[in-house]
Design a protein around this ligand. Structure first.
Ligand code: TRP
Ligand code: ZN
Length: 848
């Protein structure tokens, strides 16, 4: 059965549930097409809630229902069950039957390669049994699993196991979305951790046979995360066992189920031969993220799904602090900002704009967004900057102390900061309630001794926030003298008005201002800076973020002008970069980031921001020309770097080695334009790790070469599904834009294109959407191909289809002809019979 008619859920309609569920006993009798789930709950009326007894439930076959042992006949709809119940405590019991083998949505209990697994966040538990499936209903779970599979896992501690059964008990109250069950023929990579108070914890990474050799890195990352959370946040693990399971068919990266984290295989499995340095770094970050949820998400959870950023923003913030500590803080910051601009600013600039804490939704799955996650983390970073590190630590301690075991709101979170610092956060709260990215203008004036900076802020009105008000913007500023010395070290300005001036006294020479150091607020800084000033900052800024930013904004300016006018480029950027490349005191990873140019879609949105219409082909052409120019002017530096950055020590995926490989590969990509692919071919032939092998192959494809290497790569790796995903993806990503659609189309006929596997689907369709000029092909063929496949996927897996549908979100920024093509495809999707609620909401918002 398909979803019922769309209806909006509103934050202001929140009401507590009318009952407490003190305990739940679940018994699973596993069978691929007919799993029986017996649910026994101890229920107690909650006088503060609505006495109507309604339990969520979808696609469940009810076998029996009893109250205190007496059969009852509930009323069942597509959404759940209602029943007359006593006004005193009672025991509710149901038996339902479900069909995990035919669950293609990968939500609830489903099967992947013969293994049973679950995904319940946000509303998947209702596909397992009838239950108040809302995060503010917390209960103690005991789970009995009957099934003839060797490994039977659930949350909490193991009570008993024997052939064909296992029982688990979780002593911590939790909402149903944190429930998990895994059953299969799995092997474990074991580990141990002793917590700071002496609890001995058994750790396991569970994988399919054959993947044992790809678990060691994930286990190390877990041990580091556990230690870091103790050292930095004072948070200790609270069970005797912590299990991680890798699953091939998974909609997202990973899930923080209590004591039983379930991961997309791509977010756990790694070996030097099969995974790139970036894969390793992502695995470390996701392992940390899910582990950190044990406190920020599980011990303290969300009252309702509007509060999603309470756990996600904070946990992303915590995992980025972790990565900054494990690796390079400036490099991590720059990477995060690139990602924020590419995904969150783009969201804020289009029809999908919403607040970090939205006020309404149709389908909550559509709100696991860059705004909730990444902007949510930025908001916490701003708060920390405003109150200072010590006050932040005190407030967070108070949060854990005051709210442990509760389901909370953003108000609770802000209140601990108000109570512990005495600050009024009323205006700051707009960061949670107001959609859109503030645009910041700057005027400067120097009168011979007083230097004045005047800022203006404006935010585009959106459907979500039609009348935006000024926000609190922390602006970190430094002033540099003519010789590059700091006239004024970093200072935090707190902007609260629509326009506001700040003065600096006794400034004896005209300074160059370094504004928004460390990217101290998620805003667009609109500033017409003479190119010489950007080049000056590119060589002299003492703030590593802003030094990178000056190269970035110089490149952006050059590319925007190049795309709009087709004019030849000047060599300012290349000259500035040469000095950076020669500077051996700079971290190689940092230099690699300096070399990377803004993406074509970033240029498209910069052009749109200026009120012009971006032409994807012209942007691609300008970007190619700039790369050619840098390759030509910096050739000697690039040549020596590519040699110097060779790593001779055994492969390690740490910051030091991966920084060297990143810079070596960045140099290779540019040199590739000069040497006809000679170095890339040599690197491909000698590579003994995936980072070098894949980048060499990408370079060859970028030149239209590499046909035999591509075939060779396939033969070498056809047994490694995660590597095959890369093989699919790079063919669509690399090469000239007009080849992207035909190649993607051809790959959909490949026997290994298992489109129902989200990783494989994303490898091809995600790469298509990410190839800017390819996806926006003038004839609309990119839009059409993606729409065809989204329609097909939606019937099987609405969640992944709807997420990928966001590829269309910027469609109104392009020319009339492209808009007409995109609109036609969106309307075709909208007109598809039985379209999911997920997709209907997304397409509806984009067409509105
Ligand atoms: N809470 C998970 C995370 O940290 C993400 C998540 C939400 C998810 N819904 C999901 C994962 C559905 C897989 C499938 O970040
Ligand atoms: Zn999360």
């Amino acid at each position: 059965m398909r979803d019922a008619a769309p209806s909006k859920i509103f934050l202001h309609d929140y009401q507590p549930f009318g009952y407490f569920v003190d305990s739940v006993h679940l018994t699973f009798d596993l069978s691929p097409n007919a799993t029986r789930v017996t649910t026994r709950m101890a229920i107690r009326p909650n006088p503060a809630g609505d006495p109507a007894f309604f339990l969520h439930g979808e696609n469940l076959n009810l076998i029996s229902a009893t109250i205190d042992g007496t059969p009852v006949t509930p009323v069942i709809t597509a959404e759940g069950l209602s029943c007359h119940v006593p006004s005193h405590d009672f025991i509710w019991e149901t038996v339902v039957e479900i069909d995990p083998a035919n669950n293609t949505a990968l939500e609830g209990l489903y099967m992947s390669n013969g293994m049973y697994c679950t995904q319940c966040e946000p509303e998947g538990f209702r596909k397992i049994t009838f239950f108040p499936d809302r995060p503010d209903v917390m209960s103690i779970f005991t789970v009995r699993i009957n099934g003839d599979l060797p490994v039977l896992l659930s949350n909490g501690n193991k009570v008993s196991t024997g052939p064909g059964h296992a029982e688990w008990h979780d002593p911590w109250r939790k909402p149903a979305y944190l429930f998990a069950l895994v059953a299969g023929d799995l092997v474990n990579h074991p580990g141990r951790f002793t917590t700071k108070s002496g609890r001995d914890v058994e750790l396991n990474v569970w994988v399919r046979q054959g993947d044992e050799d790809k678990c060691a890195f994930a286990m190390e990352a877990l041990e580091k995360s556990m230690k870091w959370d103790e050292d930095v946040y004072g948070r200790e693990y609270d069970l005797d066992i912590f299990n991680i399971v890798a699953v091939d068919d998974f909609n997202m990266g990973a899930m923080e189920n209590k004591g039983l984290n379930v991961f997309n295989s791509s977010a756990v499995l790694a070996s030097p031969e099969t995974a790139t340095d970036l894969n390793f770094e992502r695995i470390e970050a996701i392992i940390a993220h899910e582990y950190f949820h044990n406190w920020t998400g599980n011990r303290i959870t969300c009252r309702d799904w509007f509060q999603l950023c309470l756990k996600e923003g904070l946990t992303v913030f915590r995992d980025s602090q972790f990565t900054a500590d494990m690796r390079s803080a400036p490099v991590k910051r720059i990477g995060d900002v690139i990602d924020l601009r590419a995904r969150q600013f783009r969201e804020d600039a289009g029809p999908l704009a919403h607040a970090v804490r939205p006020e309404s939704y149709e389908e909550i799955n559509n709100f696991y967004t860059a705004t909730v996650y990444e902007k949510g983390a930025e908001v916490i970073g701003m708060l920390k900057r405003l109150v200072g590190d010590d006050a932040y630590a005190k407030a967070v301690d108070l949060y854990f102390e005051r709210h442990d075991g509760q389901a909370c709101t953003i108000e609770d979170w802000l209140k601990v900061f108000e109570d512990s610092t005495g600050r009024d956060l009323t205006q700051f709260k707009r960061w949670y309630s107001q959609a859109g990215t503030p645009h910041l203008t700057v005027d400067e004036n120097w009168d011979g001794s007083t230097y004045t900076l005047t800022f203006g802020q404006t935010t585009r009105p959106t459907d979500a926030s039609p009348d935006p008000q000024p926000q609190v913007i922390p602006i970190e500023v430094g002033l540099l003298g003519p010789n590059g010395s700091e006239l004024q070290g970093s200072t935090l300005l707190e902007m609260t008005e629509a326009t506001q001036s700040f003065t600096f006294e006794d400034i004896q020479s005209k300074p160059v201002a370094s504004i928004l150091r460390g990217f101290s607020a998620p805003v667009v800084l609109k500033r017409d800076v003479p190119r010489e000033e950007r080049v000056f900052l590119l060589t002299h800024d003492t703030d590593p973020f802003n030094r990178w930013e000056s190269a970035r904004s110089l490149a952006r300016q050059i590319l925007v002008e190049g795309a709009l006018t087709g004019d030849p480029l000047d060599g300012d950027l290349a000259e500035g970069l040469r000095a950076v490349l020669r500077d051996d005191s700079l971290d190689p990873a940092y230099r690699a980031m300096m070399l990377a140019l803004p993406s074509e879609s970033e240029i498209a949105s910069a052009i749109h921001d200026r009120g012009n219409v971006p032409d994807p082909t012209a942007i691609w052409t300008a970007s190619e020309a700039l790369k050619d120019q840098i390759a030509r002017l910096a050739e000697s530096e690039l040549l020596s770097l590519h040699d110097q950055m060779q790593v001779t020590a055994p492969y390690r995926p740490d910051a030091e080695q991966s920084g060297r490989r990143a810079l070596g590969n960045a140099a290779l990509r540019l040199l590739n334009r000069r040497d006809g692919g000679m170095r890339a071919r040599a690197q491909y032939a000698s590579a003994d790790n995936m980072t070098l092998q894949l980048s060499a192959l990408s370079c060859m494809l970028a030149l239209g070469n590499g046909v035999s290497e591509l075939a060779d790569f396939y033969d070498q790796w056809q047994g490694e599904r995660l590597v095959l995903d890369k093989w699919f993806g790079i063919q669509v990503m690399e090469g000239d834009p007009w080849t992207a659609v035909p190649i993607a189309e051809r790959l959909t006929h490949h026997p290994d294109f298992n489109w129902q596997n989200p990783n494989r689907f994303r490898a091809v369709m995600g790469a298509l959407a990410a190839n800017h000029a390819g996806f926006h092909a003038a004839d609309g063929s990119g839009y059409k191909l993606l729409a065809d496949w989204l329609i097909k996927l939606d019937a099987k897996n609405p969640q992944t289809a709807a997420r990928m549908c966001a590829a269309f979100q910027s469609w109104r920024h392009y020319d009339d002809s492209r808009q007409a093509h995109a609109r036609a495809e969106l309307e075709r999707i909208a007109a598809t019979p039985d379209l999911s609620r997920d997709m209907r909401e997304m397409v509806g918002r984009m067409l509105a």
